[in-house]
Design a protein around this ligand. Structure first.
Ligand SMILES: Nc1ncnc2c1ncn2[C@@H]1O[C@H](COP(=O)(O)OP(=O)(O)OP(=O)(O)O)[C@@H](O)[C@H]1O
Length: 257
């Protein structure tokens, strides 16, 4: 079991008067699904990029099991809102590309890529070029490619942000199914209040000026899904509606109604 730890992170971009993130500490362990949410510009993407090793903090440390992180690594796979796939490659070749980086031979790559595509519910679509695919399908190829690295941590920045509402709901359960076995720690940024509650074992609310962690909620709804309860029944629970209202209050705290 691994733990990704961000300690007292501060980031200030060149030319910006205020820090984008100030004094943020966060941990993500295997089996946890940590969601970062909050108003626009409060530093969510910056903090995720620090965890990914894509932004170096001015102060603070990032470590995995006590080992300091100073850049990107295969242990932390990143999925962004735009999929960054090779559009002229087939779905399978996009996934196989990541397997090749792990030094896996051609025949095995083919088999493993098919297994990964099955995991993201794209079975039988391996030959399809990604430019022919819908946004939701492309995002699933991106997810399969991220999982191909066999990461300890999956870091996702608004991965469902560009999808229509129905596709987004289906993708939420897919993300839960990928997380549920417990061999991954997930850190995800979302603006969706319901999405945050449904997916997160912990929901971290950030506030702006300077970007900081303002509230943390331990949420149990994704564990209920993992234990077999359908999403519809979870969302119909009064506890879900109450948690939703509480989370919205935390996000918009200090803003005029
Ligand atoms: N590369 C950059 N250079 C300069 N300033 C930046 C850069 N990236 C982000 N910022 C600024 O840092 C602050 C935090 O931005 P960040 O993107 O982390 O917030 P966010 O909460 O993810 O926002 P959003 O929800 O709108 O995506 C903002 O004021 C933003 O304008």
């Amino acid at each position: 079991m691994s733990t990704l730890l961000l300690s007292n992170i501060a980031v200030r971009y060149t030319g910006q008067p205020r820090p984008a993130v100030e004094g943020a500490s966060l941990s993500v362990a295997h089996g946890e699904f940590v969601v970062l949410t909050g108003r626009s510009g409060c530093g969510k993407s910056t903090l995720l990029n620090v965890a990914a090793g894509l932004v170096l903090p001015e102060r603070g440390e990032v470590s995995v099991d006590g080992r300091l992180i100073e850049g990107p690594g295969a242990d932390r796979a990143v999925v962004f809102q735009s999929d960054a796939l090779f559009p002229w490659f087939s779905a399978r070749d996009n996934v196989a590309f990541a397997l090749r980086l792990r030094g896996i031979g051609e025949r095995q790559r083919h088999v493993l890529a098919n297994e990964l595509l099955k995991r993201v519910r794209l079975e039988g679509l391996g030959d399809k070029p990604v430019w022919e695919m819908s946004g939701g399908m492309r995002q699933r190829v991106g997810l399969a490619r991220a999982l191909a690295a066999e990461p300890d941590f999956l870091l996702m920045d608004e991965p469902l942000g560009a999808l229509d509402a129905l596709t987004r709901e289906r993708m939420q359960t897919l993300l839960l199914d990928i997380w549920a076995p417990g061999n991954l720690g997930v850190l995800m940024v979302t603006h969706g209040i319901e999405e945050a509650l449904l997916l997160g074992t912990r929901v971290v609310v950030m506030a702006p000026d300077p970007g900081r962690i303002a509230h943390t909620f331990e949420a149990g709804f994704s564990r209920r899904y993992a234990a077999g309860e359908p999403v519809r029944s979870i969302k119909a629970d009064r506890a879900f509606a109450a948690a939703r209202a509480e989370l919205a209050d935390a996000i918009f705290e200090g803003e005029p109604a």
